[in-house]
Ligand binder design. Structure first.
Ligand SMILES: [Zn+2]
Length: 290
């Protein structure tokens, strides 16, 4: 296209002659329409102009003039500058999750982060997971065992940490509201419940099983009419003197005594029965309860 234009131009134009303003405008219009429709059309640029175009302030002016306009030339020939390529490479790396895997911040950076996060709520706070995600998590976490080293780390991280009285109270209330299902309605509890029912006590009326005594503990049985509390202590977990293992749960008896004192101070009549006694003769055990 350009060569045709040039041939026509050479044929009709005298050397040294100049276009009138009107012709110049016409030509400009023709060139601009050509420029828009024919992408292969290239404006020839002299070496001097090329050199001038490389000057930083010229480049800046050009970049300002081109802002918002479609890019020139064939997209196949577009090339990034070295700096842009580097920028693109970095951004692609940072977006790659593999890059962050096993990445550790320096001690200083971690300290800074910890300071900057102080007093701020966790970014994940209040984010509720979907049912499916929760199911997946629970599936992936079941049967997972912590190594001894991890346990030791957690223990060390927790030593010296103290919980405020308010938190302590909240935790106790939470445990009362959410009893451990593993230890509720055990075989001995079932035996005691059936014995109570045999004697004419009505469930959830005369006696309550797994009843939360506010701010103290979750008790096995509560008989509201006589204000009686029945606790069934497993021989192993509560470290019975006859059947308990000297290596396990030896501190439980102290906790049991403390809870009994607390409950009695609150005005309840507490009866504790050992697993072996209930298994031997449930009727005989419960004889004292009227
Ligand atoms: Zn025992």
């Amino acid at each position: 296209m350009y060569s045709v234009c040039k041939a026509v131009h050479n044929k009709y134009m005298k050397k040294g002659a100049t276009h009138s303003q009107k012709t110049k405008k016409l030509l400009r219009d023709v060139i601009s329409t050509l420029y828009k429709t024919d992408l292969t059309y290239r404006k020839r640029v002299s070496a001097a102009t090329k050199k001038a175009m490389k000057k930083p302030d010229t480049l800046k002016k050009l970049s300002i003039a081109r802002k918002g306009k479609p890019r020139m030339g064939d997209p196949a020939n577009w090339k990034h500058t070295k700096a842009t390529k580097e920028k693109l490479r970095i951004s692609a790396t940072l977006q790659n999750s593999q890059y962050w895997k096993n990445k550790r911040f320096s001690k200083k950076h971690r300290k800074q982060l910890s300071i900057s996060h102080m007093g701020k709520a966790s970014a994940r706070k209040g984010v509720s997971l979907s049912k499916i995600t929760r199911l997946k998590l629970s599936k992936s976490l079941t049967g997972r065992k912590m190594s001894a080293a991890t346990k030791e780390k957690i223990r060390l991280g927790n030593t010296g940490k103290t919980v405020s009285k308010e938190t302590c109270k909240k935790m106790r209330e939470w445990h009362i509201k959410h009893p451990n299902k593993k230890f509720s309605n055990t075989k001995i509890e079932q035996k005691v419940a059936s014995e109570l029912e045999r004697r004419g006590f009505i469930r959830n009326e005369d006696f309550f099983q797994n009843f939360g005594i506010s701010e103290i503990k979750n008790v096995d049985f509560y008989l509201p009419k006589s204000n009686v509390i029945i606790e069934c202590d497993g021989c192993f977990y509560h470290a019975c003197p006859e059947h308990g293992n000297p290596n396990y749960h030896q501190s439980m008896s102290a906790i049991d005594v403390k809870n009994t004192i607390l409950l009695e101070a609150a005005g309840y009549n507490v009866f504790r029965f050992w697993e072996h006694a209930i298994n031997k003769d449930t009727r005989k055990c419960l004889k004292i309860i009227k």
